[in-house]
Structures are given as structure tokens and as C-alpha cells.
Design a protein around this ligand. Structure first.
Ligand SMILES: *Cc1c(COP(=O)(O)O)cnc(C)c1O
Length: 413
């Protein structure tokens, strides 16, 4: 039995160096938002910014805002801002398109580095869009390309001399397991393969050092731990050493050397902007900037420390209070190897998640039996960890989750 009490959690909040950030976010009243790993919360400042972009920059500034409001340069300007959070140089990052589309572009570029090789190493258990995008790419390329699926335990063995590129996710979306970016990238380079990393569950949640790990290309979404807003443009990183040499096939005019010369033929610009395909989604990018600015004011080491502590406490409490109800930890037990989320395997997880929603504890279900709790350190309190487990315990102890209304599946789980 654990001897820790709710008061201990309140004390941790009183001593939390990140505590003030919570006030900057709109959060459900009386609820506990453990879905920040799916969609980050809305910063209050985003609403004002959206109003300004729409009513001032768009309505009044019209097309002139491309220049006067900085719309034109926004994908690179925000890339420069966010680069330090990723261990990247300011000229190596843009914000554009979706994670999946960016993955298509960088994987295409990566495969060209070793044009004679035909194998891509990926994780079969990865978030599906990454694999779907790669499958679409190689179906289009033809010429014998194939994907070799590997998981954490056989990853190193899968990376051999046949591999053109690896395309791996840093923090697993279901288990939260962190892969060692430095050693896997080193292994890829040792056999001459390019290393593409997906940082969807690490960007904004923990320190990331792309250049320290020698990564070639990377992508990440911004609407999870960066709180950039639903569908916000994603991060794309290309190491400077590849600039001017890489090819990406979505050769739109924003990647052209001089878009406003309106030349007939495509000529790549040769820097990170070559990864852009077209007119940037200005409203979305403007909101993204709010989330980025908040994050830049926070200490990333403090974020990581709080995240590890919160997830440690959550695991301890759930196992102590709810272990007897058949919860099995899927996430790594050692916080060093765990992202900012905790997943449990639970039979009949879906109705349980629905019942938690009804009680204000928002978490998610990932088929077939994964109950996933995300911890966004910028706006969650330690006491939320305690309270969420209390609700979970109550639902399990009373069996209230077995009610028939919780069995019906929604389209988005
Ligand atoms: C969230 C997530 C995505 C999202 O891709 P979209 O193109 O934004 O839909 C992709 N990959 C991983 C690993 C993710 O966790």
C-alpha cells in the first residue's frame, strides 16, 4: 500500500516551477485532460491571435499581408523559432503540410542518397500513417523498393547494407517507449543508410537533439505537445549537409528558386524552403506560433522532469489502487525510457474509456486493448494525477463502466 496522500500532490504543485503555465491554457472546467498527446490544449492567446489574423491581416490587409504581416515567410520563420527545441539549426526547419505529407517528402529525399539500395526499415507497430505513406511512396516508385518491418528489439539487426533509409518514430504512440535516436542513427550511418526520425510524441515533451544524433531528416506534428492547434502545420527538418543536394518530389512553386519569376520549369531553391510545396495555411500557422512561444518560455528540462515524475506517480497509483482490476502496464517502467504518456493493457478498455470521459477524465483508447493517458506538463497539475486515479478506481470498483451506453463505438476513439 502506498502511503502517499492527496496533500502530497498539492504540495508538489506548490513547488512546481511550471505551475504558472496552466493559466495560459483553456481547460475543461472540472475535467482532467489526459489527451494532450493527441491534441494539445488551446492557449488563451490563440483566440486573440486568430481574431487579429482574420479581422485585421486578412479582412483589411488582404493580399498585401503576404508581405506586411509576414505570411510569406511564416513556414521558415516558425521553423527558425522552433529549431532550438529540436537541437536543429535555424535554417534546417520549416513548418508546413501534415506530418504524413512531410514524411513522404523527406523519405523520398532520403532514398535518393543511396539510389542503388531498395530497403526501408520501419516499425510495423508504428502509427499507421507513417507506414501507409511509405507504402504509397514505394508503390509509386516501383523498381523493387520494399519495407522491412522491425521493432525495438530487432531494429539493430534489421539495419544492414541493403538498407537505403530507416524511418523510425522516437517515442512509440501506443507504449510511449523511447528509442535511442543516437545509437540507431549511428547504426544506420555505419551501413550507409539515411536516418529519418518522427518526433510526433517527443517534440515539445522532452529535449531532442537532432544534430547531436546526426539525424538526416525528421518530421513531427505540432498539435500534440506543442499546442499549435488542430491540424496545425507540421515540423520538417532537413540537415544542412543535404541542402542543395536533396530532391523531394512535391515540387511546388514555394520550393522554387524564385516563385515570383513564374518560370515555366522547376528549379529548386536549394535550402530548407525546397521542402515547401505551396501557399502556407496562415491562420493555422499564426495559432501555432502562440504554442511555440509559450514552449520557448518554459524550461525543457523542467518539462521532462515533471513528465517523468507525473508518469511515475500515475503508474504507482494505478497499480496500487487498480491493479486488481486487470491493468497491465504496457509502457516502460523506467521513466528514462518512457515518453510523456502511460499505457495500460485492459480487456474491455473501450467502455472504460467512455466511462472515464463521462466523469471528466479525458484519455483515449487505442485498439485492440490499449488505454492511453497523456501527461502534458505545461498545463497538468500533480493533483490531477491523483484525482484521475481516484475516478478510475471508483468506476472500476463500482463497475459503472459496464453500463450499456458505454459500449457503442464513436468514429474517433
Ligand atoms: C500523431 C502522429 C502522426 C499524425 O500524422 P498526421 O499527418 O498529422 O495525421 C503521424 N505519425 C505519428 C507517429 C504520430 O504520432
Amino acid at each position: 500500500m502506498t502511503t502517499i496522500t492527496r496533500d502530497d500532490f498539492l504540495r508538489m504543485d506548490a513547488n512546481d516551477p511550471l505551475a504558472n503555465f496552466r493559466d495560459e491554457f483553456f481547460l475543461p472546467k472540472g475535467g482532467i485532460y489526459l489527451n494532450g498527446n493527441s491534441l494539445g490544449a488551446m492557449p488563451h492567446a490563440a483566440a486573440e491571435r486568430a481574431k487579429c489574423v482574420i479581422e485585421h491581416e486578412w479582412a483589411e490587409g488582404l493580399i498585401g499581408s503576404m508581405n506586411t504581416a509576414g505570411w510569406y515567410d511564416m513556414p521558415s520563420a516558425l521553423g527558425r523559432k522552433i529549431a532550438p527545441l529540436l537541437g536543429a539549426k535555424p535554417n534546417e526547419v520549416v513548418l508546413t503540410d501534415s506530418t504524413g505529407v512531410n514524411l513522404f517528402k523527406v523519405l523520398s529525399a532520403a532514398l535518393k542518397i543511396q539510389p542503388e539500395r531498395r530497403v526501408i526499415v520501419m516499425q510495423g507497430s508504428n502509427f499507421p500513417t507513417n507506414n501507409y505513406m511509405a507504402q504509397g511512396l514505394i508503390a509509386n516508385l516501383g523498381r523493387g523498393y520494399s519495407i522491412r518491418f522491425a521493432e525495438a528489439d530487432d531494429m539493430m539487426d534489421a539495419i544492414d547494407q541493403d538498407v537505403a533509409a530507416i524511418c523510425i518514430t522516437h517515442v512509440h504512440y501506443k507504449t510511449g517507449h523511447i528509442l535511442d535516436m543516437a545509437s540507431i542513427t549511428e547504426r544506420a550511418h555505419a551501413v550507409g543508410a539515411a536516418a529519418v526520425w518522427d518526433l510526433c510524441h517527443s517534440a515539445g515533451a522532452m529535449p531532442v537533439d537532432l544534430n547531436g544524433c546526426n539525424v538526416d531528416f525528421a518530421v513531427a506534428c505540432t498539435y500534440k505537445y506543442i499546442n499549435a492547434g488542430p491540424g496545425a502545420p507540421a515540423i520538417l527538418f532537413a540537415a544542412e549537409r543535404h541542402h542543395g543536394k536533396y530532391f523531394q518530389p512535391l515540387t511546388g512553386w514555394f520550393g522554387h528558386r524564385a516563385p515570383f519569376d513564374f518560370d515555366r520549369d522547376y528549379e529548386p531553391i536549394g535550402d530548407i524552403r525546397q521542402m515547401l510545396s505551396g501557399t502556407p495555411p496562415t491562420v493555422s500557422l499564426s495559432l501555432a506560433e502562440i504554442g511555440i512561444d509559450i514552449l520557448l518560455r518554459a524550461d525543457m528540462d523542467a518539462i521532462r522532469e515533471k513528465s517523468m515524475r507525473m508518469t511515475d506517480l500515475f503508474i504507482e497509483l494505478v497499480e496500487d489502487r487498480c491493479g486488481k482490476f486487470g491493468f497491465e502496464l504496457v509502457s516502460p517502467r523506467d521513466a528514462k525510457h518512457r515518453g510523456s504518456q502511460v499505457s495500460f493493457d485492459k480487456d474491455d478498455g473501450y467502455p472504460l474509456v467512455r466511462a472515464l470521459h463521462e466523469r471528466g477524465v479525458l484519455c483515449d483508447f487505442r485498439a485492440p486493448s490499449n488505454v492511453r493517458f497523456g501527461f502534458a506538463p505545461l498545463y497538468l497539475r500533480y493533483v490531477d494525477v491523483w484525482d484521475a486515479v481516484e475516478v478510475l478506481y471508483d468506476i472500476l470498483a463500482t463497475g459503472s463502466w459496464k453500463a450499456s451506453q458505454f459500449q457503442v463505438r464513436s468514429a474517433v476513439t
